[in-house]
Design a protein around this ligand. Sequence first.
Ligand code: HEC
Length: 447
Amino acid sequence: MYHSKRFLLVIFYTFFLCCQNEQISYYNGVKKIIDNKCASCHHLNGAGPFELVEYSQIKKRTSMILEVINSNYMPPWPADNEYRDFIGDKSLTYDEKKIINNWIKNGAKKGDEIEYEEYTKEIPINEIPDLVVKMDSFFLTKGNNEDQFMMMKFPFELTEKKYIKRIEFVPGNIKIVHHVNAHLINYEKNKNIFNGKSHVDTEILSDIDAFEALDLLNDDGTYPILTPSVSNYLPGSSAVKYPEGIGVFHASKKNVILVNDFHYAPTPYPEQDSSYFKIFFSDSPPKRRVKETQLGTFGISEIVPKLVIPPNEIKSFTTKARITKDISLLTINPHMHLLGKTFLAYAVTLQGDTIPLIKIDDWNFRWQYFYTFKKMLKIPAGSEIVVEASYDNTTNNKDNPFNPPQLITERINKNGKGSMKTSDEMLQFIINYLDYVEGDENIELGG
Ligand code: HEC
């Protein structure tokens, strides 16, 4: 009796699975997945190299699609989402992958056309800005098939002091703008913010030389204070909206948006870009101030052992910092350069509990997201944040900028600042957080 029941069950499932597969068509099952998980980049003028919006565009690329989804190359999302879930994750679920695989193996049928809403580009935040800050003229890439890393300044003046609730980066040439990390500087009234160059190549200049060339230093030669990470951009990501009153910051009469890391993808010939920022003011002052700190390079914690990566070695490092009061984590950003291989971060509480933060098993230099938690994440006072990272300085690492491999270090200069050249290395873990308030762990982020 028992056996026959099981037998029936097996027959039932075989039938179920077989016929379910047959029913999968582009219109019945696949389109929805591709619209949700691929089309935000693979649409006309999107960051992807071609459109994946219509059946014919997908049908002719099925073998390539199988390859990129099964190797997890696409959608680009380096973080392990079983370890920690973040906002904006476009990775395919196990079931979604199975559906696409079965569909392609069974001939990638179109199926009966179903009335569908036309795919429309997700416009990240569809509001009219209070102010637009543009480049003084367009930027022209070298066109030598190599990545370009620039430091750029976007100065703007106001007639009075204001509060800013959001600064949104808008890429000009979406095919070549790869990533942007921007800070805000408020200057005293006598500083001429339009002096100096508007951009410099950080592959060539050290940090201090770049600050000097852009005329960013204070009149007494000291570094200006930055409101960190006011705007971050990567293809397919949209500006995070924090809940009301959080993430609001000050603007004085003279301000500079400093992009310390403007990454252009390689282009075979020179291409123009005119990216800009949209600024949204806030009527009310910040209720709670977002703080930023970083572990590792330039940060509050030492890297152990020192970040020296001998040629032909795979080497691991750690860096740890103790949190002295309760905090609520909002957004985190792991950062390494081309030799990066793996990155793991977690917190260990005084009771010995582990709070997973992020795990990246296959580091990809091109996709350095600022990862925002779905809800604020409380880290109790006394916890230690631990980062474990490894680097691959062998020829097996296809991103290794040197062949044969060279000795690679952080190369901190005598001003205590380092080179940001991508051929040098960094180990950084940036955290954005608030001082903890009762109930924070129930507050959802994003929207
Ligand atoms: C966040 C933006 C983004 C998303 C989401 C995304 N792609 Fe891509 N895709 C890109 C970019 C950019 C490239 C160009 C290659 C690169 O930069 O690595 C690319 C390249 C590709 C390629 C060509 C790979 C090659 O070897 O030339 C395929 C195929 C592809 N994507 C399929 C997909 C599919 C299928 C999905 C959804 C399951 C998807 N992509 C989701 C941005 C994206």
